[in-house]
Design a protein around this ligand. Structure first.
Ligand SMILES: *Cc1c(COP(=O)(O)O)cnc(C)c1O
Length: 366
């Protein structure tokens, strides 16, 4: 027998990502499984894409220049410190490859977003999980997990799947206490939803890392959530020069399609629409949370567009409810892969969808 090519051994420790189910296409589906926007993208996105349909033979702008300029304008950032990715997931994978490898360690919190683990193992490094307190990132536990092998700390704030978040003061304390050579990656995928006073997406920490020359913090954002463009795969990183430079060396030359770039620009141009999506979530999230609590479920405090709900009857009840609701066309998200089997993650939908969800759940808890 000849020897077969062998992948980096850590790759075989990866459990392939299990996306939220989408339904079988029969009848009406209410998909509350993947934290997508309840209202979809701005209507201006469709017009922008239609304009670009005349140019499909041409390669896209490889540097996403106009999009980066528009992001800079809307968020008050220097576009030279921005790089776009084919979804922020692509940037997570590149950061792991660039800053970690065999023999290195990467830290995330216990119930942190699963993409960090996949990216870390794919890069050949080891993932270290720092325990959480009340399903919330614990800065002291992360600091206690640091060794001389640590290269990256990934922190989603608010976190997915828990929805919980830590205040700006805690993020600052984490950066202060981490050794200077460790890259802190702040994933702010839900920042546009998070309106809490003590919340910051991470821009200030990146600015400080630029100003002091420490260059050890970057922030990730996405168009998949509040902007409703998950299908087009658009994310971005705001970071110091050396991080942006490394990402630009590694990324594909044309990593964002022309349609994606045009759509994202149109979405950013319609901030009124974005506000409308945010307002809907601000009004519906408390409604869904209190409806679930009235039924006896535990609900973690969430700053995103979803809640993580704990079933008093444990794993079996969570599974039964998932299966039964699916039969009725309502798809929630099991989170057994996070070892949160007694929970289901529920995306906040439209007012009508949320009403139907609470009604269907009510039948289980009579
Ligand atoms: C949804 C999500 C993303 C977005 O990923 P994309 O690849 O941009 O679609 C990133 N981080 C977290 C924590 C998320 O929940």
């Amino acid at each position: 027998m000849t020897q077969k090519p062998a992948p980096n051994p850590k790759v075989l420790h990866i459990h392939p990502y299990v996306p939220g189910e989408a339904g079988d296409g029969g009848g009406r589906i209410i998909k509350l499984a993947s934290n997508e926007s309840a209202l979809g993208p701005s209507p201006k996105v469709r017009e922008a894409i239609e304009v670009e349909l005349g140019c499909l033979a041409r390669y896209p702008d490889g540097s996403s220049t106009l999009l980066r300029q528009k992001i800079g304008e809307v968020y008050g950032l220097d576009h030279k410190h921005i790089v776009c990715g084919n979804g922020s997931e692509q940037l997570i994978a590149y950061l792991a490859q660039i800053y970690a490898g065999p023999g290195d360690q990467v830290i995330q919190s216990e119930f942190g977003f699963i993409a960090y683990k996949i990216a870390t193992l794919a890069a050949g490094a080891d993932l270290v999980a720092a325990r959480e307190r009340d399903y919330t990132t614990d800065v002291d536990a992360i600091l206690a997990a640091v060794t001389e092998k640590t290269k990256i700390v990934f922190l989603a704030n608010p976190n997915n799947p828990t929805g919980t978040w830590i205040p700006a003061s805690e993020m600052g304390r984490l950066r202060d206490k981490l050794p200077a050579h460790i890259l802190l990656v702040l994933d702010a995928a839900y920042a546009d939803y998070a309106g809490e006073k003590e919340y910051q997406a991470g821009t200030e920490l990146v600015d400080a890392a630029i100003a002091t020359g420490a260059e050890n913090v970057c922030m990730l954002r996405t168009f998949s959530k509040i902007y409703g463009l998950a299908a087009l795969r658009i994310g971005w990183c705001y970071g110091p020069e050396s991080v942006i430079d490394a990402l630009n060396r590694v990324r594909g030359a044309f990593n964002l399609s022309t349609l994606a770039q045009a759509a994202a620009i149109a979405a950013l141009d319609d901030q009124d629409y974005m506000e409308k999506v945010r307002r809907l979530n601000n009004e519906q999230l408390p409604r869904v949370a209190s409806g679930l609590k009235k039924l006896g479920l535990g609900v973690l405090p969430s700053a995103g567009n979803f809640v993580l709900a704990k079933f008093p009857g444990g794993v079996h009840q969570a599974r039964r409810v998932f299966t039964d609701l699916k039969k009725h066309g309502i798809i929630l998200r099991p989170v057994e892969g996070y070892r949160l089997a007694e929970f289901l993650r529920i995306t906040i939908g439209t007012a009508e969808e949320n009403g139907l969800l609470l009604k269907a759940l009510g039948k289980h808890f009579k």
